[in-house]
Design a binder for this molecule. Sequence first.
Ligand code: FE
Length: 349
Amino acid sequence: MNSTLKTIVATGLMVAIAGCGNSSGPDGSSSGNGDSDAVVNVYSARHYNTDQELYDGFTEKTGIKVNVIEGKDSELLERLKSEGDRSPADIFLTVDAGRIWRAEEEGLFQPTQSETLNAAIPDNLRHPDGLWFGLSKRARIFVYNPDKVEEQELSTYENLASRQWEGRVCVRSSNNIYNQSLVAWMIEKDGADKTTAWAEGLVNNFARDPEGGDVPQIRAVAQGTCDVAIVNHYYLARLIKSDDPKNKAVTDKVGAYFPDSTHFNISGAGVLANAPNTDNAVQFLEYLASPDAQTFFAQSNNEYPTVEGTQLDTVLQDFGEFTASPINVSAYGRNNSEAITIMDQAGWK
Ligand code: FE
Protein backbone atom coordinates (compact mmCIF):
# COMPACT_ATOMS: atom_id res chain seq x y z
CA MET A 1 0.00 0.00 0.00
CA ASN A 2 1.46 3.40 -0.94
CA SER A 3 1.48 6.22 1.55
CA THR A 4 -1.24 8.28 -0.17
CA LEU A 5 -3.58 5.31 -0.11
CA LYS A 6 -2.69 4.65 3.55
CA THR A 7 -3.65 8.22 4.40
CA ILE A 8 -6.96 7.90 2.52
CA VAL A 9 -7.79 4.62 4.26
CA ALA A 10 -6.85 6.04 7.66
CA THR A 11 -8.92 9.18 7.07
CA GLY A 12 -11.83 7.04 5.93
CA LEU A 13 -11.62 5.02 9.13
CA MET A 14 -11.54 8.12 11.28
CA VAL A 15 -14.59 9.46 9.50
CA ALA A 16 -16.28 6.10 10.01
CA ILE A 17 -15.44 6.09 13.71
CA ALA A 18 -16.47 9.72 14.13
CA GLY A 19 -19.70 8.84 12.34
CA CYS A 20 -20.48 6.15 14.89
CA GLY A 21 -22.52 7.49 17.75
CA ASN A 22 -22.95 10.87 16.16
CA SER A 23 -26.15 12.20 14.84
CA SER A 24 -27.56 15.31 13.38
CA GLY A 25 -31.10 16.57 13.31
CA PRO A 26 -32.97 17.90 10.31
CA ASP A 27 -31.30 21.27 11.00
CA GLY A 28 -27.83 19.70 10.70
CA SER A 29 -27.02 20.04 14.42
CA SER A 30 -24.68 17.38 15.71
CA SER A 31 -24.85 15.54 18.97
CA GLY A 32 -23.58 12.48 20.77
CA ASN A 33 -25.61 9.30 20.73
CA GLY A 34 -28.03 8.78 23.57
CA ASP A 35 -28.36 12.41 24.55
CA SER A 36 -31.60 14.26 24.13
CA ASP A 37 -30.71 15.75 20.71
CA ALA A 38 -30.17 12.40 19.00
CA VAL A 39 -32.82 11.72 16.41
CA VAL A 40 -33.86 9.39 13.67
CA ASN A 41 -36.20 10.71 10.98
CA VAL A 42 -38.59 8.15 9.54
CA TYR A 43 -40.71 8.50 6.40
CA SER A 44 -43.40 5.89 6.83
CA ALA A 45 -46.13 4.64 4.53
CA ARG A 46 -47.43 2.57 7.46
CA HIS A 47 -49.95 4.16 9.76
CA TYR A 48 -51.13 2.10 12.67
CA ASN A 49 -52.18 3.41 16.05
CA THR A 50 -49.62 1.23 17.78
CA ASP A 51 -46.65 2.51 15.76
CA GLN A 52 -46.09 5.46 18.11
CA GLU A 53 -45.85 3.14 21.10
CA LEU A 54 -43.30 1.12 19.20
CA TYR A 55 -41.23 4.22 18.48
CA ASP A 56 -41.49 5.36 22.10
CA GLY A 57 -39.98 2.02 23.10
CA PHE A 58 -36.96 2.77 20.91
CA THR A 59 -36.52 6.23 22.43
CA GLU A 60 -36.75 4.77 25.92
CA LYS A 61 -34.09 2.22 25.11
CA THR A 62 -31.63 4.42 23.23
CA GLY A 63 -32.45 8.05 24.00
CA ILE A 64 -32.86 8.60 20.27
CA LYS A 65 -35.99 10.56 19.41
CA VAL A 66 -38.07 9.26 16.50
CA ASN A 67 -39.58 11.87 14.16
CA VAL A 68 -42.14 10.34 11.85
CA ILE A 69 -43.59 11.72 8.67
CA GLU A 70 -46.45 9.55 7.47
CA GLY A 71 -47.82 9.63 3.97
CA LYS A 72 -48.81 7.62 1.00
CA ASP A 73 -46.01 5.57 -0.45
CA SER A 74 -45.93 7.47 -3.76
CA GLU A 75 -46.04 10.88 -2.02
CA LEU A 76 -43.15 10.00 0.26
CA LEU A 77 -41.13 8.76 -2.70
CA GLU A 78 -41.74 12.02 -4.57
CA ARG A 79 -40.78 13.97 -1.48
CA LEU A 80 -37.55 12.02 -1.07
CA LYS A 81 -36.65 12.58 -4.69
CA SER A 82 -37.35 16.31 -4.59
CA GLU A 83 -35.49 16.77 -1.29
CA GLY A 84 -32.45 15.02 -2.75
CA ASP A 85 -29.29 15.27 -0.66
CA ARG A 86 -30.94 17.90 1.58
CA SER A 87 -33.45 15.34 2.80
CA PRO A 88 -33.66 14.99 6.59
CA ALA A 89 -35.03 11.45 6.21
CA ASP A 90 -32.99 8.54 7.54
CA ILE A 91 -35.41 5.65 7.02
CA PHE A 92 -38.03 4.83 4.45
CA LEU A 93 -40.61 2.32 5.66
CA THR A 94 -43.28 0.89 3.39
CA VAL A 95 -45.28 -2.22 2.49
CA ASP A 96 -44.79 -4.63 -0.39
CA ALA A 97 -41.44 -5.56 -1.90
CA GLY A 98 -42.71 -4.21 -5.23
CA ARG A 99 -43.02 -0.75 -3.69
CA ILE A 100 -39.71 -0.92 -1.84
CA TRP A 101 -38.15 -1.74 -5.16
CA ARG A 102 -39.36 1.58 -6.59
CA ALA A 103 -37.29 3.37 -3.95
CA GLU A 104 -34.40 1.02 -4.65
CA GLU A 105 -34.59 1.77 -8.38
CA GLU A 106 -34.38 5.50 -7.62
CA GLY A 107 -31.14 4.84 -5.73
CA LEU A 108 -32.66 6.14 -2.51
CA PHE A 109 -31.20 3.50 -0.18
CA GLN A 110 -27.68 2.88 1.07
CA PRO A 111 -26.43 -0.59 1.99
CA THR A 112 -26.50 -1.46 5.68
CA GLN A 113 -24.09 -4.01 7.07
CA SER A 114 -25.45 -5.19 10.39
CA GLU A 115 -24.72 -8.59 11.87
CA THR A 116 -27.75 -8.15 14.10
CA LEU A 117 -30.09 -7.61 11.15
CA ASN A 118 -28.49 -10.31 9.03
CA ALA A 119 -28.77 -12.82 11.85
CA ALA A 120 -32.37 -11.89 12.73
CA ILE A 121 -33.97 -11.62 9.29
CA PRO A 122 -33.92 -14.61 6.91
CA ASP A 123 -31.95 -14.17 3.67
CA ASN A 124 -35.00 -14.28 1.42
CA LEU A 125 -36.74 -11.46 3.32
CA ARG A 126 -34.04 -8.82 2.90
CA HIS A 127 -32.12 -7.23 0.07
CA PRO A 128 -28.96 -9.19 -0.77
CA ASP A 129 -26.81 -6.04 -0.29
CA GLY A 130 -28.64 -4.76 2.79
CA LEU A 131 -30.54 -1.98 0.98
CA TRP A 132 -33.70 -2.89 2.89
CA PHE A 133 -34.97 -5.43 5.41
CA GLY A 134 -38.31 -7.22 5.71
CA LEU A 135 -39.88 -6.48 9.11
CA SER A 136 -43.19 -8.32 8.79
CA LYS A 137 -44.71 -10.80 6.37
CA ARG A 138 -48.07 -10.96 4.67
CA ALA A 139 -49.28 -14.16 3.01
CA ARG A 140 -51.44 -14.13 -0.13
CA ILE A 141 -53.86 -16.92 0.65
CA PHE A 142 -57.09 -18.52 -0.56
CA VAL A 143 -60.40 -17.83 1.11
CA TYR A 144 -63.01 -20.39 0.09
CA ASN A 145 -66.60 -21.37 0.59
CA PRO A 146 -66.64 -24.72 2.46
CA ASP A 147 -70.15 -25.46 1.15
CA LYS A 148 -68.83 -25.50 -2.39
CA VAL A 149 -65.19 -26.44 -2.04
CA GLU A 150 -63.59 -29.41 -0.31
CA GLU A 151 -60.33 -28.30 1.29
CA GLN A 152 -58.58 -31.23 -0.46
CA GLU A 153 -59.41 -29.66 -3.83
CA LEU A 154 -57.17 -26.72 -3.01
CA SER A 155 -53.42 -26.95 -3.44
CA THR A 156 -51.30 -24.41 -5.35
CA TYR A 157 -51.76 -21.03 -7.04
CA GLU A 158 -50.97 -22.83 -10.28
CA ASN A 159 -53.91 -25.19 -9.71
CA LEU A 160 -56.39 -22.28 -9.56
CA ALA A 161 -55.84 -21.85 -13.33
CA SER A 162 -57.08 -25.36 -14.10
CA ARG A 163 -60.46 -26.09 -15.69
CA GLN A 164 -62.11 -27.25 -12.47
CA TRP A 165 -62.20 -23.63 -11.25
CA GLU A 166 -63.88 -22.13 -14.29
CA GLY A 167 -66.10 -19.19 -13.31
CA ARG A 168 -65.35 -19.68 -9.60
CA VAL A 169 -62.42 -17.38 -8.71
CA CYS A 170 -62.44 -13.80 -7.37
CA VAL A 171 -59.37 -11.57 -7.18
CA ARG A 172 -58.83 -7.83 -7.31
CA SER A 173 -57.48 -5.98 -10.33
CA SER A 174 -54.07 -6.26 -11.93
CA ASN A 175 -53.16 -2.67 -11.09
CA ASN A 176 -52.88 -3.70 -7.46
CA ILE A 177 -49.29 -4.23 -6.32
CA TYR A 178 -50.16 -7.39 -4.30
CA ASN A 179 -51.22 -9.18 -7.48
CA GLN A 180 -48.32 -7.79 -9.46
CA SER A 181 -45.94 -9.16 -6.83
CA LEU A 182 -47.74 -12.53 -6.88
CA VAL A 183 -47.24 -12.77 -10.63
CA ALA A 184 -43.63 -11.51 -10.35
CA TRP A 185 -43.02 -14.26 -7.79
CA MET A 186 -44.45 -16.85 -10.14
CA ILE A 187 -42.21 -15.63 -12.97
CA GLU A 188 -39.23 -16.18 -10.68
CA LYS A 189 -40.46 -19.64 -9.70
CA ASP A 190 -41.95 -21.07 -12.92
CA GLY A 191 -40.59 -18.82 -15.70
CA ALA A 192 -42.42 -16.33 -17.96
CA ASP A 193 -44.01 -18.89 -20.34
CA LYS A 194 -45.67 -20.95 -17.63
CA THR A 195 -46.74 -17.78 -15.83
CA THR A 196 -48.35 -16.46 -19.03
CA ALA A 197 -50.31 -19.69 -19.45
CA TRP A 198 -51.26 -19.56 -15.77
CA ALA A 199 -52.51 -15.95 -15.95
CA GLU A 200 -54.63 -16.81 -19.01
CA GLY A 201 -56.14 -19.83 -17.25
CA LEU A 202 -56.80 -17.83 -14.08
CA VAL A 203 -58.52 -14.98 -15.95
CA ASN A 204 -60.63 -17.59 -17.70
CA ASN A 205 -61.71 -18.84 -14.27
CA PHE A 206 -62.77 -15.43 -12.92
CA ALA A 207 -66.31 -15.40 -11.53
CA ARG A 208 -66.56 -11.69 -12.41
CA ASP A 209 -64.41 -8.80 -13.64
CA PRO A 210 -62.03 -7.77 -10.85
CA GLU A 211 -63.52 -5.13 -8.55
CA GLY A 212 -62.79 -3.83 -5.06
CA GLY A 213 -60.03 -4.57 -2.59
CA ASP A 214 -59.24 -7.78 -0.74
CA VAL A 215 -62.06 -7.50 1.83
CA PRO A 216 -64.74 -7.30 -0.90
CA GLN A 217 -63.30 -10.53 -2.36
CA ILE A 218 -63.81 -12.24 1.01
CA ARG A 219 -67.38 -10.89 1.16
CA ALA A 220 -67.97 -12.15 -2.39
CA VAL A 221 -67.01 -15.67 -1.29
CA ALA A 222 -69.35 -15.47 1.72
CA GLN A 223 -72.17 -14.22 -0.53
CA GLY A 224 -71.65 -17.02 -3.05
CA THR A 225 -70.45 -14.81 -5.92
CA CYS A 226 -67.32 -16.94 -6.12
CA ASP A 227 -66.04 -20.11 -4.50
CA VAL A 228 -62.42 -19.08 -3.97
CA ALA A 229 -60.67 -15.72 -3.65
CA ILE A 230 -57.01 -14.74 -3.46
CA VAL A 231 -56.41 -12.24 -0.64
CA ASN A 232 -53.83 -11.10 1.88
CA HIS A 233 -54.25 -13.02 5.12
CA TYR A 234 -54.45 -10.00 7.41
CA TYR A 235 -57.73 -8.81 5.88
CA LEU A 236 -59.33 -12.07 6.96
CA ALA A 237 -57.63 -11.86 10.38
CA ARG A 238 -59.03 -8.34 10.78
CA LEU A 239 -62.56 -9.52 10.01
CA ILE A 240 -62.19 -12.45 12.42
CA LYS A 241 -61.11 -10.08 15.21
CA SER A 242 -63.86 -7.58 14.47
CA ASP A 243 -66.72 -7.09 16.96
CA ASP A 244 -69.13 -6.22 14.17
CA PRO A 245 -71.71 -9.03 13.73
CA LYS A 246 -71.75 -8.33 9.98
CA ASN A 247 -68.09 -9.32 9.79
CA LYS A 248 -68.70 -12.38 11.92
CA ALA A 249 -71.44 -13.42 9.51
CA VAL A 250 -68.86 -13.24 6.74
CA THR A 251 -66.07 -15.12 8.52
CA ASP A 252 -68.48 -17.86 9.63
CA LYS A 253 -69.06 -18.68 5.98
CA VAL A 254 -65.48 -18.90 4.73
CA GLY A 255 -62.39 -21.01 5.25
CA ALA A 256 -58.73 -19.99 4.97
CA TYR A 257 -56.26 -22.03 2.97
CA PHE A 258 -52.53 -21.44 2.74
CA PRO A 259 -51.43 -22.73 -0.69
CA ASP A 260 -48.44 -25.04 -0.96
CA SER A 261 -45.29 -22.93 -0.92
CA THR A 262 -47.22 -19.86 0.20
CA HIS A 263 -46.38 -16.57 -1.52
CA PHE A 264 -45.27 -13.97 0.98
CA ASN A 265 -44.72 -10.28 0.78
CA ILE A 266 -43.20 -7.95 3.35
CA SER A 267 -43.36 -4.63 5.11
CA GLY A 268 -39.83 -3.37 5.06
CA ALA A 269 -37.48 -0.49 5.62
CA GLY A 270 -34.04 0.66 4.61
CA VAL A 271 -31.53 3.36 5.48
CA LEU A 272 -31.65 6.20 2.98
CA ALA A 273 -28.62 7.17 0.93
CA ASN A 274 -28.78 10.78 2.16
CA ALA A 275 -29.52 9.90 5.79
CA PRO A 276 -28.03 12.51 8.14
CA ASN A 277 -28.20 10.03 11.06
CA THR A 278 -27.05 6.74 9.59
CA ASP A 279 -25.93 5.17 12.85
CA ASN A 280 -29.21 5.99 14.60
CA ALA A 281 -31.08 4.66 11.58
CA VAL A 282 -29.27 1.31 11.78
CA GLN A 283 -30.02 1.12 15.50
CA PHE A 284 -33.66 1.83 14.73
CA LEU A 285 -33.83 -1.03 12.23
CA GLU A 286 -32.06 -3.35 14.68
CA TYR A 287 -34.63 -2.42 17.29
CA LEU A 288 -37.51 -3.21 14.91
CA ALA A 289 -35.94 -6.63 14.37
CA SER A 290 -35.76 -7.35 18.11
CA PRO A 291 -38.27 -9.92 19.46
CA ASP A 292 -40.32 -7.45 21.53
CA ALA A 293 -40.65 -4.92 18.74
CA GLN A 294 -41.35 -7.67 16.22
CA THR A 295 -44.38 -8.89 18.14
CA PHE A 296 -45.73 -5.37 18.25
CA PHE A 297 -44.83 -4.44 14.69
CA ALA A 298 -46.42 -7.56 13.22
CA GLN A 299 -49.52 -7.50 15.44
CA SER A 300 -50.53 -3.98 14.49
CA ASN A 301 -51.63 -5.31 11.10
CA ASN A 302 -52.08 -9.00 12.00
CA GLU A 303 -48.95 -9.83 10.04
CA TYR A 304 -46.34 -12.50 10.60
CA PRO A 305 -43.06 -11.42 12.20
CA THR A 306 -39.97 -11.93 10.02
CA VAL A 307 -37.83 -12.90 13.01
CA GLU A 308 -38.09 -16.58 13.89
CA GLY A 309 -39.36 -17.46 17.34
CA THR A 310 -41.45 -14.31 17.80
CA GLN A 311 -44.75 -14.95 19.58
CA LEU A 312 -47.67 -15.20 17.14
CA ASP A 313 -51.04 -13.58 17.58
CA THR A 314 -53.78 -16.13 18.42
CA VAL A 315 -55.63 -15.59 15.11
CA LEU A 316 -52.44 -16.45 13.25
CA GLN A 317 -51.84 -19.42 15.53
CA ASP A 318 -55.33 -20.63 14.55
CA PHE A 319 -54.42 -20.37 10.86
CA GLY A 320 -51.91 -23.12 11.62
CA GLU A 321 -48.56 -24.07 10.18
CA PHE A 322 -47.70 -23.85 6.48
CA THR A 323 -44.73 -23.90 4.13
CA ALA A 324 -43.60 -20.53 2.88
CA SER A 325 -41.97 -20.07 -0.51
CA PRO A 326 -38.19 -19.67 -0.15
CA ILE A 327 -37.91 -17.22 -3.08
CA ASN A 328 -36.22 -13.92 -2.27
CA VAL A 329 -38.80 -11.13 -2.20
CA SER A 330 -36.36 -8.85 -4.03
CA ALA A 331 -37.40 -10.69 -7.22
CA TYR A 332 -40.86 -9.08 -7.05
CA GLY A 333 -39.57 -5.64 -8.00
CA ARG A 334 -37.16 -6.98 -10.58
CA ASN A 335 -39.95 -8.90 -12.34
CA ASN A 336 -42.64 -6.24 -11.83
CA SER A 337 -42.83 -4.84 -15.36
CA GLU A 338 -42.83 -8.30 -16.91
CA ALA A 339 -45.63 -9.27 -14.52
CA ILE A 340 -47.72 -6.27 -15.60
CA THR A 341 -47.21 -7.16 -19.28
CA ILE A 342 -48.27 -10.77 -18.67
CA MET A 343 -51.40 -9.67 -16.76
CA ASP A 344 -52.34 -7.19 -19.48
CA GLN A 345 -51.91 -9.76 -22.22
CA ALA A 346 -53.99 -12.28 -20.28
CA GLY A 347 -56.82 -9.75 -20.06
CA TRP A 348 -56.58 -9.44 -16.26
CA LYS A 349 -58.37 -6.11 -15.80
FE1 FE B 1 -53.16 -4.22 2.46
